[in-house]
Design a protein around this ligand. Structure first.
Ligand code: PNW
Length: 481
């Protein structure tokens, strides 16, 4: 027999596989069976996209908006990639109707957006800037006119600069709840879903302990732990204020990026290790909210640097929630071991595959385990995936196309694993893709694109990427394609 070279061999295998596949597809048709690979989602499952105010709005000084810590930080030399800022971003402040048009074309039923606190209250507290509030009224009315349900995050990191001491100051938690209660009251005739805060670790530790995010401080452990406490206290007081100011149907939750522990193998001991790690390593944040206390292992770990807790704090922090929103991007692998803790976190080898952002390692089973660990531990009433998506080295071709096959791969695999969670009965109600369009990616400036629409930051032109076309199909078919 004539020897085949590698390429020919590959071709003949592919041809054989294609024939076999066509055969199965025909059999399925003939026997009236469901199509192969159809990972159908339940009827009523919500598909959406997410953005955040400072990342998309621009209009930094429009109509009386006050500066936030991200305005100050991004304008400080050396803090963001090439000194980039959110001054203009996607200019959604002016182009919001076009953006809602993009949502409409995708066919999403929901949109997760956030409110810029300093647009509504330029100094963080009264007086109100009515024009700032008007903007959100216009956006929400436009969404509703297009049959898109708004999900509103009240705090996505853009703290009013004017609040003395920022999150170091306990008064900021109270200021947040006043603002949250006020805005929720104004919007609750049209908005039924509110999230208090987004990702505690990013606006506390990254801002105040590691200095990578606004306000760029490197405090010692005692102060940084106190900042964490003020963050979760703001959430708790915020939940109470929203409930006190809105009708009883209003649904309140948050969006949190709990560390997702994936067992190295699906055996009982490693699964238990993943659950234990989830509880202990999220102790300052989600665990405190769900259990109403700082658990023993955390208190031991922080010792004399434990946060100061006032009477009533933990009750507020543990205010019952209607849903928990999880922002899920990347896995952390864990295994059971004989140590006192009972588990060991596996660092990813440097050869591990990752997406365009170095922190975003690829392990799509994380979306399943993120849901499962949280649900098995704390049985929340409902779960949303409030963010999932990826950066990619997108290039706009001369013909105006962006073939982001890597993002499609990332999303397809995550939705496949999320389907498993839904199938096993975990109460996942919806999924928000991060993000509707490329935007200001915090300290990475505009160098990392997470959108399914490409944005030319010179002309502000939006162009759907391949991933937008793919997501439109997922939504239309209500299944992973
Ligand atoms: C989230 N990390 O942030 C935020 O909620 C979004 O505003 C952001 O654009 C998106 O994810 C993509 O980054 C994160 O370093 C930022 O592990 C950094 C990390 C995780 C989440």
């Amino acid at each position: 027999m004539k020897k085949m070279n590698r390429r020919q061999f590959g071709k003949s295998v592919a041809a054989a596989a294609a024939t076999a596949y066509a055969g199965t597809a025909m059999q399925h048709l003939a026997f009236g069976q469901p199509e192969p690979m159809a990972l159908r989602y339940p009827k009523g499952f919500l598909w959406g996209c997410a953005t955040a105010a400072y990342q998309v709005e621009g209009g930094a000084q429009a109509d009386g908006r006050g500066p936030s810590v991200w305005d100050t930080f991004s304008h400080t030399p050396g803090k963001t990639y090439h000194g980039e800022t959110g001054d203009v971003a996607d200019d959604s402040y002016h182009l919001y109707k076009e953006d809602i048009g993009l949502l409409k074309a995708l066919g999403v039923s929901t949109y997760r957006m956030s409110i810029s606190w300093s647009r509504v209250f330029p100094s963080g507290t009264t007086p109100l800037n009515p024009k700032g509030l008007d903007y959100y009224n216009r956006v929400i009315d436009e969404l509703l006119a297009n049959n898109i349900t708004p999900y509103v995050t009240l705090f996505h990191w853009d703290l009013p600069q004017a609040l003395p001491g920022g999150w170091r100051n306990r008064d900021t938690s109270k200021a947040f709840s006043d603002y949250a209660g006020f805005v929720a009251k104004k919007l609750s005739d049209r908005v039924q879903h509110f999230m208090t805060t987004n990702e505690f670790v990013c606006f506390t530790d990254l801002g105040y302990r590691y200095g990578q995010f606004a306000p760029g401080l490197r405090l010692g452990d005692a102060e940084a732990n106190q900042v964490r406490h003020h963050g979760i206290l703001a959430h708790g007081l915020g939940v109470q204020a929203i409930r006190a100011n809105t009708p009883k149907e209003t649904q309140v939750g948050l969006a949190e990026n709990a560390v997702v522990y994936v067992p190295v193998m699906e055996t009982k001991e490693h699964i238990e290790a993943a659950e234990k790690a989830t509880r202990e390593d999220n102790a300052p944040f989600l665990t405190a909210l769900m259990e109403g206390k700082y658990i023993e292992s955390y208190l031991q770990q922080v010792g004399a640097n434990a946060p100061k807790v006032e009477p009533g704090d933990m009750e507020a922090i543990a205010s019952p929630l209607d849903f928990v929103g999880l922002n899920i991007y990347t896995p952390t692998y864990v295994r059971a071991d004989d140590s006192a803790k009972g588990y060991a976190v596996e660092p990813n080898p440097s050869s591990y595959p990752h997406m365009y952002s170095p922190w975003l390692t690829l392990g799509p089973e994380c979306i399943y385990w993120g849901v499962r660990n949280v649900c098995d531990l704390w049985k929340p009433k409902g779960i949303y995936i409030t963010e999932n998506g990826t950066s990619s080295d997108d290039v706009l071709s001369p013909e105006g196309r962006v073939e982001d096959v890597d993002r499609v791969m990332y999303l397809r695999n995550h939705l496949t694993h999320l389907h498993r969670a839904v199938d096993e009965g975990y109460p996942v109600k919806g999924y928000f893709l991060w993000s509707l369009m490329d935007n200001f990616e915090w300290a990475d400036g505009y160098s990392k694109r997470f959108g399914i629409h490409y944005v030319d930051f010179k002309t502000l032109k939006r162009t759907p990427k391949l991933s937008a076309e793919w997501y439109r199909n997922v939504i239309a078919q209500n299944r992973v394609e």
